[in-house]
Ligand binder design. Structure first.
Ligand code: ASP
Length: 609
């Protein structure tokens, strides 16, 4: 062994012991001609080495540089000048001999918490970035989450079963990465977007509780914080109903909270239907750490047909913006009634940005003295403003923000505005965790480009039993694209659920279809003819004929879960070797071209457009 101890473990209790440490040189400080201090770092911590006169002389001839790999033997001593900031701060090693195990080039950035290296440089030299404490902590947390999940699942009889990476396409709504086959020239494997069909086959095989912490691959345009390869905690259970799954995985997340963060999340996880989430928060993954619910002043007649809007509060005032809008929604922002003109103008500009896409913003200030001030005073009497404010549950001191426009855009905008205001008000604390189940998602989603219905989750998700008839007997042809919301498919709900943590979808799954006939109907509803069904999913349809049990499952976004538990917005920080926003590994410089010989073996000729 190169060492007797790590750089993080020695304390005053070991005073007088002879030890050998090995690690990387963090800093070298020479005091006069007789003393050199070296901070030696490894995965476990930092220990101060004290080199006396002779060794300092040796170092003068053969200087140590940052990140040199050093082995040092010496005696543990109590420091006179203690450092309370590090666990080994009370001791130092009085070195008797050392050996440079390897030199290091000058690192391109400093290996410390507040490094001087920019993102790109740190990605290029990720192996050095990984030496930094901040990154190491994230990977440690990731491993802790991994262990906690495995422990829980193991205790609950789940079996980790590996599934292949070289497969045929699995539709999860993204594009596949494909891999050419040399032995079957002209044919391609797809990398799994998830092990979805395999885990279902495992249920048919009788492995009634499966899990895997597994890589998934999706060739998507990488929006802000996505990775082309990411990790899921992928699970499936047989002989279960939705309620069983919700309970089991609520348990898993709580157990992860406990093991990783020491948090006792004892309260029952809140539940909300998809429709209520959209209606009350404008979002299917609402952040419920704070309230600020949406007041629906006006909605189109085709959506949320069971819900009542408050149109009477705004109608009849001759205010064109509201009269002509499809949807009018509001939030009451706590404690902001004293916003200046400049501040409300800035908010108006904020909602007009192309990402939000609103034409303007209407506000009502509920002043502390009980009076009301609004940008639409001309149209609405104080009495009417009060009625709107009351409906929005606004209190004195609140600022009501109102958006008007087309349904989908406006609903999304009010959700974005709600999140923005909460961020500004410090209501999104990364030390507070709020879980939520969102249930009863729509089964289908309208794809404008193709003027057709696509599966909102994936095609293996079962419809609510009472709506199976609608699915089977209605023709999926959408004659009038503008009115797709009137099509019967728009209202079919799925036995599908998402787990939301602090406004992030951390997991999603469904109770599956397990009868061949219904699965065929589902494929047909998605516009797949029989031939295509057999070509793509013949194996699954076939398996369903051999005693497929009722089953369902869920998959958690492992990287995202780690990032949230680590109080970070970025999943990249929790992945050892992540890709950048263009899907490149800048350290490997991948993707890259391949040799002519490889093309020949694959019998592939490039014909780039
Ligand atoms: N395979 C699904 C996904 O990746 C999860 C599931 O339905 O279990 O989203």
């Amino acid at each position: 062994m190169y060492r007797t101890h790590t750089c993080g473990e020695l304390r005053v209790a070991q005073k007088g012991t002879e030890v050998t440490l090995a690690g990387w040189v963090q800093t070298v400080r020479k005091l006069g001609t007789a003393i050199t201090f070296v901070d030696l770092r490894d995965r476990y911590g930092i220990t101060q080495l004290l080199m006396g006169e002779d060794l300092t002389k040796q170092l003068d001839e053969n200087p140590l540089g940052r990140e040199f790999v050093l082995q040092a033997t010496g005696v543990v001593n109590e420091r006179s000048n203690k450092n309370p900031n590090i666990p080994t701060g009370e001791i130092e090693i009085t070195v008797t001999s050392f050996k440079i195990l390897n030199k290091s080039a000058v690192p391109p950035f400093t290996i410390q918490d507040d490094t001087d290296g920019g993102d790109d440089l740190r990605m290029k030299y990720r192996f050095l970035d990984l030496r930094r404490n901040a990154v190491k902590k994230n990977l440690e947390l990731r491993y802790a989450v991994n262990r906690a999940a495995r422990n829980y699942l193991h205790q609950n009889n789940f079996m980790d079963i590996e599934t292949p990476f070289l497969i045929k396409s699995t539709p999860e709504g993204a594009r596949d990465f494909v891999v050419p086959s040399r032995m079957n020239a002209g044919q391609f494997y797809a990398l799994p977007q998830s092990p979805q069909t395999f885990k279902q086959l495992l249920m048919v095989s009788g492995y009634d509780r499966y899990y895997q912490i597994v890589k998934c691959f999706r060739d998507e345009d990488l929006r802000a914080d996505r990775q082309p390869e990411f990790t899921q905690i992928d699970c499936e259970m047989a002989f279960v109903e939705q309620e069983d799954i919700l309970n089991m995985f609520e348990g898993m997340i709580k157990s992860i909270f406990k093991d990783v963060k020491g948090i006792d999340y004892t309260e029952k996880v809140q539940r909300m239907t998809w429709e209520d989430a959209m209606w009350n928060y404008g979002n299917d993954k609402p952040d419920i750490r704070f309230d600020m619910k949406v007041l629906n002043l006006k909605k189109p007649s085709t959506v949320y047909t069971d819900k009542q809007d408050n149109a009477t509060l705004i109608n009849g005032a001759d205010f064109k913006v509201f009269d002509e809008a499809e949807t009018v929604v509001a939030i009451a922002v706590p404690g902001c009634s004293e916003y200046s003109r400049k501040q409300t103008d800035e908010l108006t500009e904020w909602v007009k940005r192309p990402q939000i896409g609103m034409k303007g913003l209407v506000f009502i200030k509920v002043n502390a003295d009980g009076t009301y001030k609004s940008s639409v005073d001309k149209f609405y009497s104080e009495e009417k403003l009060k009625a709107i404010a009351d409906a929005a549950n606004a209190k004195a001191g609140d600022l009501i923000l109102i958006l008007a426009g087309a349904e989908e855009r406006t609903r999304k905008a009010i959700s974005d505005l709600r999140m923005e205001m909460a961020t500004r008000l410090g209501l999104r604390k990364d030390t507070e965790f709020k879980l939520l189940w969102v249930l009863d998602f729509p089964l289908f989603e309208y794809d404008e480009e193709g003027n057709r219905w696509v599966a909102r989750h994936h095609p293996f998700t079962s419809p609510k039993p009472t709506q199976i008839e609608t699915m089977i007997y209605n023709n999926p042809v959408i004659e009038n694209a503008a009115e797709y919301l009137k099509h019967p498919y728009a209202n079919i709900k799925a036995n599908a659920y998402d787990m939301v943590l602090n406004g992030n979808e951390i997991g999603g799954g469904s109770i599956r279809i397990f009868q061949r006939e219904l699965q065929e109907k589902m494929f047909a509803a998605l516009g797949m003819n029989e031939e295509e069904q057999l070509h793509k999913f013949g194996f699954l349809l076939g398996a369903f004929e051999y005693g497929a049990p009722p089953h369902g499952g869920i998959a958690f976004g492992f990287d995202r879960l780690c990032a949230i538990l680590g109080g970070s917005e970025s999943i990249r920080d929790f992945i050892a070797f992540p890709k950048n926003n263009s899907g490149r590994d800048v350290m490997l410089d991948a993707p890259a071209t391949i040799d002519e010989k490889q093309f020949e073996e694959l019998q592939i000729k490039l014909n780039l457009k």
